[in-house]
Design a protein. Structure first.
Length: 282
């Protein structure tokens, strides 16, 4: 049986000095519990590390040979970063659905802890998983020929934009997990909408090549914005065969990417909290 509070003191007693710090303390404890589960079951990291590596090598060497070779690999990596952190929202979805099904959420509800902390702890632990995934992909990118051509400050901002998007998508995953009646449903619901969202974008190709309505969707797709922001800040160009992106979203991709993530958080966080109160009251 999974331990709910199998956690050392963690020197957090000094944080219990007021109600404002209670959420931070409780979130840290829940995040630690989730990370401890990953350490005990390391196979949970397979999807977060192996899958993005497969995408990098498949697209870089199989599709990349006909799409621009080394130039396409530079174009590709920002899209792979973005797609991977979006797909990793499924960790939050399945994790929360599993906690619900096993009764762990009911157990947490009986403890004197913040309701926000249960969800915040889950999304923060999955943010750590996303950081690990991105680090693995950076190493893999350097193997296939990708480079950060911009400055250190721009690169740091690029990773910040990607991880902010990862955090926002985790909250979407949290909402999906709380809405799912079983883990099996959560596994399907957590990915089924992400596939069209990631492929109707400029993560892997130029959005300008898509027909009619699909092109419009791709131009305003948050995955397109985060991918474009990464390429701009990493100073990664597109192959000469790719038509350059145009329009307001393309010209202001960094600002638009940050704005999309903040809007997603503004919508998903309160909805997830409302759903958590609903399922926790049953």
């Amino acid at each position: 049986m999974t331990a709910v509070v199998d956690i050392p003191k963690m020197h957090l007693a000094h944080l219990d000095s007021g109600p404002r710090l209670r959420i931070f303390r409780d979130s840290a404890i829940v995040a630690y519990r989730n990370l401890l589960t990953i350490l005990r079951v390391p196979t949970l990291l397979v999807t977060a590390t192996i899958q993005p590596l497969m995408f990098v090598f498949l697209f870089a060497y199989i599709f990349g040979a006909s799409l621009g070779g080394s130039q396409y690999r530079e174009f590709l990596l920002a899209g792979i970063f973005t797609q991977t952190v979006a797909f990793n929202a499924a960790f939050t979805t399945v994790g929360l659905a599993g906690d619900l099904q096993k009764g762990i959420i009911d157990r947490m509800r009986t403890l004197p802890m913040s309701r926000l902390a249960v969800l915040m702890g889950r999304t923060l632990s999955d943010l750590v998983v996303n950081i690990l995934s991105v680090a693995v992909m950076v190493g893999c990118g350097y193997v296939v020929g990708w480079r950060i051509n911009g400055g250190i400050a721009d690169a740091a901002l690029a990773f910040g934009v990607i991880l902010l998007f990862a955090f926002a998508m985790s909250w979407v995953g949290a909402l999906t997990g709380l809405l799912s009646p079983t883990v099996e449903v959560a596994q399907s619901a957590g990915l089924i909408w992400l596939f069209p969202l990631s492929f109707i974008s400029s993560a892997f190709i130029s959005a300008e090549t898509l027909p009619g309505p699909l092109r419009t969707i791709a131009e305003w797709n948050p995955i397109t914005a985060v991918s474009a922001a990464g390429r701009k800040l990493f100073d990664n160009g597109a192959p000469p065969t790719f038509a350059p992106a145009t329009g307001w979203a393309a010209d202001h991709c960094v600002e638009y990417a940050i704005g999309c993530s903040l809007v997603i958080l503004a919508i998903a966080v309160p909805l997830a909290l409302m759903q958590y109160r609903k399922v926790a009251s049953h």
